[in-house]
Design a protein around this ligand. Structure first.
Ligand code: GLY
Length: 375
């Protein structure tokens, strides 16, 4: 077959570079970090009902002071609103305000806002530039970085895009007002990086008790956030769209069971980070069962860290194991019907990505969720 056209184009869409800034007090300096607007261009701040009332005034006055026109688009907080309906209402608001490509969307909020606003930005007019301003620890260390966007249709993030923001602006000071449970769930993703890199694991074991929302805690956290943001940015640079066998996929450690649990419990029982904490324990157990785990001290190290910050290591509520398994098999990362892909730790900093037979997965999940069952 003779090809009519066969060319390779290298293009980083929408931006060739993504700048990530970690700086206490950065939120009030947002205008300094915005990409260049078209003449007369505007900033569309997309936020949720929790975050908007807390930060939109300071963001708005910073933009006014810098002579930048802005509009605020607010949707109801909660994973259940990370939906097509919410995306549509954001598209309609952008349309009503005649948003143009040279404008900029600022995603101000936690993971739900970042995913949804990133998705809206990537689709409206085929792409408006976006600046991610994460306001939760989980978003700062993970979801705001790397350009994964999405909404939930039948499963979590099953409609979305890869769309790198121009800028990720992280201001650790905003964590001071975070609800304790929401703060703590972010530590699960931090601990995940610890399993991926032993230097961080060592550091966390020394400093885990310092990591809180007091002034001293935030100073310690700033270092840890910067560490995680740098680590993830380096992974994204190597493997932006999760196509490499040992690249971005490793960041999904603990997420396979987590997504199943979150979906099966209707996003109402567990926060994402709590589900990831449980998912990491499961991944380690599965790794041991399959003979992949080499360092038998690793489970103890993980559980000690989870306990130190009061993150769950098991799911103790009622959940239908069948629904969890079904949600896991529908996960977009699984392209084969009879196996499920897992990131399995060998030791701190060494992972193996392996497809596991679904019959074995089902047995392990049932036992994990209900260790007393005879099934
Ligand atoms: N949270 C995993 C990733 O961004 O790839």
């Amino acid at each position: 077959m003779t090809a009519i056209l066969d060319i390779t184009t290298e293009a980083a869409v929408p931006t060739p570079t993504c700048r990530t800034i970690v700086a206490p007090g950065a939120l009030a300096r947002l205008p300094e970090f915005l990409p260049k607007l078209r003449p007369g261009g505007r900033v569309f701040v997309i936020s949720d009902s929790n975050v908007a009332f807390r930060y939109s005034t300071s963001v708005y006055s910073a933009l006014i002071d810098a002579d930048i026109r802005s509009e605020l688009i607010v949707f109801l907080a909660g994973e259940e609103h990370k939906s097509l309906d919410t995306a549509e209402s954001c598209w309609r608001e952008l349309s009503r305000h005649k948003a143009q490509r040279g404008d900029v969307i600022v995603a101000l909020g936690g993971g739900v806002v970042g995913d949804l606003a990133g998705f809206v930005a990537s689709t409206y007019l085929r792409g408006i530039r976006v600046v991610q301003v994460p306001t939760t620890l989980l978003a700062m260390v993970d979801s705001a970085i790397g350009g994964k966007t999405g909404i939930d249709l039948d499963g979590k993030n099953d409609v979305g895009s890869f769309y790198l923001p121009d800028v990720v602006l992280i201001d650790p000071e905003v964590l001071g007002t975070l609800a304790p449970r929401v703060f703590t769930e972010g530590l699960a993703e931090v601990i995940k990086y610890g399993l991926l890199d032993e230097d961080l694991l060592d550091m966390l074991e020394e400093r885990i008790d310092e990591l809180d929302t007091t002034e001293a805690g935030l100073a310690a956290l700033t270092d840890i956030i910067a560490w995680c943001a740098r680590y993830k940015s380096e992974v994204i640079e190597r493997d932006p769209q999760e196509t490499q066998p040992d690249g971005r996929v490793l960041l999904n450690l603990g997420h396979t069971l987590a997504h199943g649990l979150e979906t099966a419990t209707g996003y109402s029982q567990l926060l994402h980070g709590e589900a990831v904490a449980i998912g990491m324990v499961f991944a380690l157990q599965l790794s041991a069962e399959l003979g992949v785990l080499e360092d038998d001290r690793l489970m103890g190290r993980l559980v000690r860290l989870l306990r130190a910050v009061r993150l769950p290591e098991a799911y103790t509520g009622q959940v239908d194991a069948k629904a969890v398994l079904e949600a896991m098999s529908r996960d977009k990362k699984n392209d084969q019907a009879d196996t499920t892909r897992f990131v399995l730790p060998r030791s701190a900093g060494s992972m193996k990505v392996q497809r596991v037979d679904n019959k074995l997965v089902a047995r392990q999940v049932r036992y994990f969720l209900n260790p007393r069952s005879s099934d």
